[in-house]
Design a protein around this ligand. Structure first.
Ligand code: SF4
Length: 240
């Protein structure tokens, strides 16, 4: 029995063959054929773009619903001191997700991840591999700021991590970059130092994960930028 999908596929094949025929006629200098419009028309590409848009819209809606669920979260003590929940931002259909540790002061005030000095450095790192922030998704292990930017406590990580897991389940990235010790150790369930974990891909739920130094650490230790660049070059190669 011919299904709707079969019909759609056959139709696109016919349109595609007709387009090739018209291009062939153009090549023979037939007059009256709209050259510019024809060369820009690609039904298969248009169908793919439309499928991607639908998928992105679906993911955005699911992330929006999750954010709504969490906005009043008081599951751990950080809920009482935060100004804003920092859920995550970026492309809901991203192939690459950056995961940091926790919001700092600027992030807490704005409700967005990586917007302070470390965030500006992260933006430059993303740009250096040929992408914009809008191409990727950025989130943290903890969605609320620890007081005075202290390290996250194990119980806070354990309580908040399920939200990040849900975000990653929705986005389904091809690649993850874990920024800093807490992100890498939490996702990989590994207690090795970041200096030992970085420099090679690991697997998180079947997704390639590259641990590297946190941008805030890089601001204090600029000599480590070269190692981050090496890690990011591997990410860039894999992304392509
Ligand atoms: S850090 Fe996570 S678990 Fe704790 S209150 Fe914030 S959203 Fe809830």
């Amino acid at each position: 029995m011919t299904t709707r999908e079969d019909f759609k596929r056959d139709f696109l094949e016919i349109v595609s063959s007709f387009k090739e025929y018209l291009l062939y006629l153009q090549g023979l200098n037939f007059e009256g054929l709209p050259r510019e419009k024809l060369s820009g028309f690609n039904p298969a590409k248009q169908q793919l773009a439309s499928a991607e848009t639908t998928e992105a819209e679906d993911k955005a809606a699911r992330l929006g619903a999750l954010r709504k669920q969490m906005v009043e979260c008081q599951h751990c003590q950080l809920g009482s001191s935060r100004k804003n929940l920092v859920f995550g931002t970026g492309n809901p259909n991203a192939r690459l997700v950056f995961v940091g540790e926790a919001p700092g002061r600027d992030e807490d005030l704005q409700g967005k991840p990586f917007v302070g000095k470390a965030g500006q450095l992260l933006t430059r790192i993303i740009n250096a591999i040929g992408l914009d922030r809008e191409d990727v998704y950025i989130a943290n292990i903890l969605k609320c700021r620890p007081p005075e930017n202290r390290n996250p406590l194990p119980e806070e990580i354990a309580t908040c991590e399920p939200f990040l897991i849900k975000q990653l389940e929705v986005i389904k990235p091809k690649l993850i970059v874990a920024l800093g010790t807490f992100a890498a150790q939490t996702l990989l369930k590994n207690t090795d130092a970041i200096s030992r974990l970085r420099g090679r891909f690991h697997l998180y739920q079947g997704i390639k994960l590259m641990p590297t130094y946190h941008p805030a650490y890089l601001l204090r230790n600029p000599q480590k930028k070269r190692e981050v660049w090496e890690d990011m070059q591997m990410v860039q190669k894999e992304y392509q």
